[in-house]
Design a protein around this ligand. Sequence first.
Ligand SMILES: NC(=O)c1ccc[n+]([C@@H]2O[C@H](COP(=O)([O-])OP(=O)(O)OC[C@H]3O[C@@H](n4cnc5c(N)ncnc54)[C@H](OP(=O)(O)O)[C@@H]3O)[C@@H](O)[C@H]2O)c1
Length: 347
Amino acid sequence: MNILITGATGFIGKHLCVALTQQGHHVMALMRNPDKLRSLREFVQGSGGQPERITVMQGDLEKPGLGLSSALEGIDCIVHLAARFAWNLAPDEARRTNVTGSLHVAELAKQLDCRLIFITGFMLANETHLAHLGINLSQPDQTRWQDVYRRTGAYEASKLESAFALRHYTQEHGMDAVEIQPATVAGHNTTGEIDPTQPLFSLIDNVFHGRMALIPGSPAHWLPLIPVDTLALVIAAACGVEQPPLRLLVLDNKTPNLQGLLRTLTMTMGMKAPRWHLPIPVMQWLLKLPGLARVLNVYPEALDFIQSQSYNTLDFQRFLASMRIPEPAFSEYIQTTAQYYRSLAPE
Ligand SMILES: NC(=O)c1ccc[n+]([C@@H]2O[C@H](COP(=O)([O-])OP(=O)(O)OC[C@H]3O[C@@H](n4cnc5c(N)ncnc54)[C@H](OP(=O)(O)O)[C@@H]3O)[C@@H](O)[C@H]2O)c1
């Protein structure tokens, strides 16, 4: 297949390029800066993929028509991963890339008459949380998005708005579309490789530097994870499967509660685990004190992803089984991720 990927240079995108090229597919990477092709190919080569199967097309989500210099043809599937992924974004900035930019990608998929796989997040499967943020689930177009942006961070609000906008657009045009909802992404199952910009990397860094003296939330709170290579294999499988699911929650239900996650991390790094909990609203309030979020390297909006909600992952498990993708083993991938972190961090 010929697969166009937005966000190929990102953490998930790089691993997806490995999986797709290993399976013999051709990847066209849409990049703002085509000079990054070289490092992407080096990563793919070093990870056992086929770098010569990757070509580049310059483009930017924020430009009309994605700013493409020439017409595309022969694309079988678009995987849309690109996003402004950071805390403390200005709402306009987040919307421009994550909402308007995503609609530009959907327009291209419609024009090319190809499958669109778009990546949202596991919070889309937490309806209690969505309702709490003020999202009108029966009539999403009635949602007052400016209120949602006020209640949660601009990154998360823009991803939620984008998910509803893409669902509407793809349904309205009868498109072949798949929504993938990943949990927070962990390092590679066997190498533990994880980008320093990833939220889990920051969490491990905080643990290592003793900034996690208290556990956010209660014993019921958890941060569901999924290793990056398992996610990449799932996305790659969704590109080619004849009858893909409309939506797929990609989440390791065996992720323990946050206390258990922190215990495993501290054990792997030979440190003492935190024991006491602090309610998340209290923590979020404290983090609004000037400068504290930066010093502690924890942003109030990041804590929104720690919830007590449980998820039904039967469809995901069936998908893994039907595609012969191994189920991830929490204790293995969390240890390799922590070990990878330790291999980068100074003593
Ligand atoms: N990582 C997670 O824990 C997680 C969990 C759930 C969902 N997701 C979603 O998964 C997707 C990928 O996440 P990630 O962790 O791989 O992100 P990432 O490492 O931050 O990568 C973001 C990618 O988006 C590209 N990009 C940003 N703005 C762009 C623009 N205007 N035009 C074209 N490309 C642009 C970046 O390209 P440059 O090289 O040009 O900067 C980069 O390749 C995102 O949609 C994210 O919301 C991630």
